[in-house]
Design a protein around this ligand. Structure first.
Ligand SMILES: NC(=O)c1ccc[n+]([C@@H]2O[C@H](COP(=O)([O-])OP(=O)(O)OC[C@H]3O[C@@H](n4cnc5c(N)ncnc54)[C@H](O)[C@@H]3O)[C@@H](O)[C@H]2O)c1
Length: 262
């Protein structure tokens, strides 16, 4: 018996794939054989990832779009299908605090904060999922994977809107899985622990990083490639009986009693 994970002939779309975790997921899906549509709002970042994939013998296209726009989402999905021949795997990865929306005490968050942060971390992912599911229903199956957060497993003081938005996605996965399962569509979330992407490195100083590492059972952060491997597994046939779940990948951080609060 041998085990291999491969996505040969599959078409994958990864949102926010120009940097960070999304970029790594796009690279690993391509390495596993998928043709990858690389979405980002920053065209030069999307193009660079496409160039990396093609340089190593893979197939990829850039689908530059601002996923806060409904029409842009529909066009991104339609372009993926038209240019790559379908949609088997969708990874909805965009998230984090939008520019100008930092950590705050709960009582200081105002309406625009709520709208911007939930748009970035819940609504746009849900709308991407809608457009992807419609195509997958017509096609006869697929996998939709949302990237949520370990912050959904514990209170997240001063980051309450972000955590609640990601928790809403974890729940959305359960409803989508029930509705879409009969169409052969699996719906999952993966919830990363702290991962030193450029965005996180810019936001956290050394002390903060050291505190997180010290309070995490495995005494480390999560690496980009570890999340990408998990995404490849969850979207593969090896995970074909798993749906409606969120999978925590946080080096045990959720078990910590002395994790620093934000
Ligand atoms: N890094 C962490 O520690 C961590 C921990 C838990 C969860 N997450 C989640 O993982 C995901 C990826 O995080 P990251 O740290 O890699 O983020 P990142 O900020 O490094 O990368 C996000 C990418 O998305 C793109 N993007 C942002 N808004 C967009 C839009 N409207 N349309 C299209 N593209 C857009 C950005 O240009 C960027 O390239 C997010 O959902 C985040 O909430 C990250």
């Amino acid at each position: 018996m041998s085990i291999s994970i491969e996505h040969m002939g599959k078409v994958a779309l990864v949102t926010g794939a120009g940097a960070g975790i999304g970029r790594e997921i796009a690279l690993w899906l391509a390495e596993a054989g998928a043709k990858v549509a690389v979405n980002d709002i920053r065209n030069e970042h999307a193009d660079a990832v496409v160039a990396e994939i093609t340089a190593s013998g893979g197939e990829a296209i850039a689908v530059v779009a601002d996923c806060r726009e409904d029409d842009a989402i529909d066009e991104m999905v339609a372009t993926t299908v038209a240019k790559l021949g379908g949609l088997d795997i969708a990874v909805n990865n965009i998230g984090m605090l939008p520019p100008g929306r930092g950590l705050k005490p709960f009582v200081d968050y105002r309406g625009d904060d709520w709208r911007d942060i939930t748009d970035q971390n819940f609504t746009l992912a849900a709308l991407c999922g809608r457009a992807e599911a419609e195509v997958m229903q017509a096609q006869g199956g697929g996998v939709i994977l949302f990237v949520t957060s370990g912050e959904t497993t514990r209170p997240s003081p001063y980051n309450s809107i972000y955590a609640a938005s990601k928790a809403a996605l974890n729940h959305l996965v359960t409803s989508m899985a029930v509705e879409l399962g009969p169409d052969g569509i699996r719906v999952l979330a993966m919830a990363p622990g702290t991962t030193l992407t450029e965005t996180v490195a810019a936001a956290f100083d050394e002390d903060r990083i050291a505190q997180i590492v010290a309070s995490t059972p495995l005494r480390r952060m999560v690496e980009h490639d570890e999340l990408a491997r998990l995404a490849v597994f969850l979207t593969s046939d090896l995970a074909r009986c798993i749906t409606g779940q969120f999978i925590l990948a946080d080096a045990g951080a959720f078990l910590s009693r002395n994790r620093p609060s934000n």
